[in-house]
Design a protein around this ligand. Structure first.
Ligand code: PDD
Length: 286
């Protein structure tokens, strides 16, 4: 396989990605026993870094894993990667697993967590995606009941995204017991009668760092926001649908299961939030 020619961080060392090696007994490899973060970097500065750190700390607590680095330590890892790659916009990925141990489901008493981080050049969503929008398909949410933890156990997300890919769609919009949860790797938003509506922040969705950002932008721009359960019929009949994630920022969903969403074009609420998002990014430019 072709590795990007970049430097990564593995257990305290900086080395080319192609040379980074982890034991086959790593619990990340064996059990998916670990957690991760994806942080967008604009103008070489991590965007909403404190919020990403806070979410990572929470994920660590929820799975009983001692966070191996403090906030200054994580900052040094991220800054180290960003300056080594040098690109203006990047996205940093990091993960921590419970370490290398004999295969046994219960936590190993003495394993040292495996700490890995890498960065890539961030190709921001294209003009076509921003102005033309995305296609999504609906699907029953078959993931586990702790989607609030940003876990590297991602088989449910992989199968969901593959389902979308096989239908030529960009993302799935998942429903549990008939109510909206989220995409395979994004939060999903509906607009009805001028109000932005998203599922509540509970254990059935990952609270995206952009979840907080969108609610802040709504408050700032005077757009009403509601967190509540949304039925599949309400989503299908929404005026606008959007998704958010670190790598997709905020994008409109203009087709759902082959049908147009609202007018079938990116809507006015999306346009305002998009502009607000871009403004927040531009504030990082020095
Ligand atoms: N995924 N929900 C799920 C299930 C996700 O995996 C993600 C992000 C989000 C959005 O969170 P944020 O706004 O913090 O990116 C919601 C990342 C991008 C990934 O796994 O690559």
């Amino acid at each position: 396989m072709d590795f990007p020619n970049s430097i990564c961080y593995l257990n305290g060392e900086w080395l080319p990605l192609a040379q980074a090696k982890v034991s086959v007994l790593d619990r990340g490899f064996i059990f998916g026993d670990g957690i991760y973060e994806v942080v967008p970097v604009y103008y070489r500065q991590p965007f909403r870094f404190e919020q990403h750190l806070a979410r990572f700390e929470r994920s660590a607590r929820e799975i009983g894993l001692a966070n191996p680095l403090d906030r200054a330590g994580w900052r040094a890892v991220v800054d180290g990667l960003v300056s080594r790659l040098g690109e203006e916009h990047q996205f940093v990925y990091w993960q921590v697993t419970r370490g290398v141990a004999k295969r046994d489901f219960a936590f190993p008493p003495h394993a040292t967590p495996t700490v890995f981080a890498m960065t890539s050049a961030f190709v921001r969503p294209s003009r076509e995606q921003r102005e033309g929008g995305l296609a999504a398909v609906t699907r029953a949410d078959e993931r586990w009941l702790r989607c609030d933890i940003k876990s590297v156990s991602l088989l449910g997300a992989v199968l969901a995204r593959q389902y979308a890919a096989e239908q030529g769609a960009d993302e799935v919009v998942q429903f549990r017991d008939g109510f909206l949860t989220e995409g395979s790797s994004s939060n999903v938003w509906a607009v009805r009668g001028g109000t932005v509506i998203a599922p509540p922040r509970d254990r059935l969705i990952l609270e995206g760092i952009r979840y907080g950002l969108i609610t802040e932008l709504c408050a700032k721009l005077g757009i009403p926001f509601e967190a509540r359960r949304l039925s599949q019929a309400e989503v299908a009949g929404a005026d606008e649908l959007m998704l958010t994630s670190a790598t997709r920022e905020v994008l409109p969903i203009v087709r759902l299961d082959g049908q147009p969403v609202g007018s079938g074009r990116p809507g006015p609420v999306y346009a305002k939030l998009r502009a607000g998002y871009d403004q927040a990014i531009e504030a990082l430019r020095r």
